[in-house]
Design a protein around this ligand. Structure first.
Ligand code: DX5
Ligand code: ZN
Length: 216
């Protein structure tokens, strides 16, 4: 089983993103996570294409883009052109999730779908066979630094059961409040990819923290 950490640059120092990228490049994190928020689907606004392009320029790891935006179908091509290699959109934000999946596929990049903690995992059942990853939000999308919702473990177990049955190669990602205090338990419950923003970037030694979160 693979264990991947995807540090979220939402918690990095935006005045020196190159340093954040270089830290991730040196570290044992295989991915880098980029949170795009539009102020409509979520109350917060983060950043858009120019920041994604800057990260792409300096980071050698897989560019994992989480879009918290309405009308994801309108922007798929631009995210792909700006460097997204995994593009994850919100099920709740899409009028026609199957169409968005198809549009992302056509760009030749990996497709992820995600749900907030109040959406039943079963809603994704018809889509699981069509995606490369399901991101299970462990906080409500919109802000970094929130507290991990413990109910996530039950939802993860349900999702794992569905994935084992319908698409065993589909990855499971967890995002929100992930830290050294829950990383092992999440991996043990079947998570493949853990997003970590504040736990990594607020650590005294971010590289070491990534290593600790991956350790058995
Ligand atoms: C929240 C974002 C997360 C965020 C995680 O809406 O999707 O990726 O950066 O931040 P932490 O790890 O600080 O909870
Ligand atoms: Zn995210």
């Amino acid at each position: 089983m693979q264990r991947i950490i995807s540090p979220s640059i939402l918690a990095a120092d935006f005045s020196n993103l190159q340093a954040a990228c270089e830290m991730v490049n040196r570290s044992k994190a295989d991915w880098i996570h980029i949170d795009v928020m539009d102020g409509v689907f979520v109350p917060n606004i983060s950043f858009g294409f120019p920041v994604l392009e800057a990260v792409k320029k300096h980071c050698t790891k897989l560019i994992d883009v989480h879009i918290m935006i309405v009308h994801p179908e309108k922007y798929v091509q631009r995210f792909a052109e700006a460097g997204a290699e995994m593009l994850t959109f919100h099920y709740e934000a899409a009028e026609n999730p199957e169409e968005v999946i198809e549009l992302i596929r056509r760009q030749g990049i990996k497709v992820g779908i995600t749900i907030n903690p109040d959406v039943p995992v079963a809603a994704l059942k018809p889509l699981i066979a069509k995606v490369d990853m399901v991101l299970l939000m462990s906080v409500f999308a919109g802000y970094g630094g929130q507290q991990f919702i413990e109910e996530t473990y039950n939802r993860l177990e349900k999702l794992k059961g569905m994935i084992d049955e319908l698409n065993p190669s589909c990855l499971i990602q967890i995002d929100g409040g992930v830290s050294i205090h829950n990383s092992q338990k999440l991996f043990d419950h079947g998570a493949d990819v853990l997003v970590a923003g504040s736990a990594v970037f607020n650590a005294d030694d971010p590289e070491k923290m990534i290593e600790r979160m991956l350790a058995n």
